[in-house]
Design a binder for this molecule. Structure first.
Ligand code: CA
Length: 235
């Protein structure tokens, strides 16, 4: 389940490796560059989803790289890594038009979250491959109307349950942790605990499973979280 291809442009190796590690762990494919020349070359050759770009680099600064990337690929999302006190207006303003910036030192998990947000925003804007329906086994999920049907019967789901269902159908057969579900469905700033997830999963099971205590679709992955499987034996 590749989440996208990210180019990380940063000359400080420990920082670059830290970003790399966290992105790979979050299922991103990652390319790296320690200076501007390599960054521009990779951006030209590779089909990138997003660029994480440091400002202070040995051969040219991030501002110049950003401008040159924008000339060739106006739609390519760019997140700038900046030291405190660097010119935010220049970074976010018309001149460069970065999609977001993050100030050093930063929490790599926050960077991953920002990347996801920018990717979601920009892919929604381009609406390239967004289907209007997801079909899996007996389920049909309509994205526009936010409805889910099982064997043609409309299920009465809450907004959270719909979001959960959508996430699981988009990531079929892929175990998802409670923390990730909390982040994705409830948002990073949600002050809840993972039990919230369990409660909502239980309710969702009651609506989608024949036997909620012995689920065939939405299964518990012990010590990890949950995964949604397309059932073959559905009768
Ligand atoms: Ca640097």
């Amino acid at each position: 389940m590749n989440e996208g291809k990210i180019l990380v442009v940063e000359d400080e190796i420990p920082i670059r490796k830290l970003i790399l590690f966290n992105l790979q762990r979050s299922n991103f494919e990652v390319l790296e560059a320690g200076e501007g020349k390599t960054a521009l070359k990779l951006a030209k050759e590779e089909d990138l989803s997003l660029v994480v770009l440091d400002i202070m680099l040995p051969d040219m600064d991030g501002f110049e790289i950003c401008t040159r990337l924008r000339e060739k690929q106006p739609d390519l999302p760019i997140i700038i890594l900046s030291a405190r006190g660097q010119d935010m207006e220049k970074i976010m303003g018309l001149e460069l038009g970065a999609d977001d910036y993050i100030v050093k030192p930063f929490n790599p998990l926050e960077l991953v979250a920002r990347i996801r947000t920018v990717l979601r925003r920009t892919s929604r804007a381009s609406q390239k491959i967004q289907p209007d329906k997801i079909k899996t086994g007996p389920f049909v999920l309509e994205l526009k109307s936010q409805r889910v049907y099982k064997k043609g019967q409309l299920l009465k789901l809450t907004v959270r349950e719909f979001e959960l269902m959508k996430l699981f159908l988009e990531r079929l057969n892929e175990p998802v942790t409670r923390d990730e579900l909390l982040d994705e469905i409830w948002g990073l700033n949600y002050f809840g605990d993972p039990k919230t997830v369990d409660v909502n999963i239980r309710r969702l099971r009651e609506k989608i499973e024949e036997d909620p205590s012995n689920p065939t679709f939405l299964k518990t992955v012990w010590g990890f979280g949950y995964a949604f499987y397309e059932s073959e034996s559905e009768g």
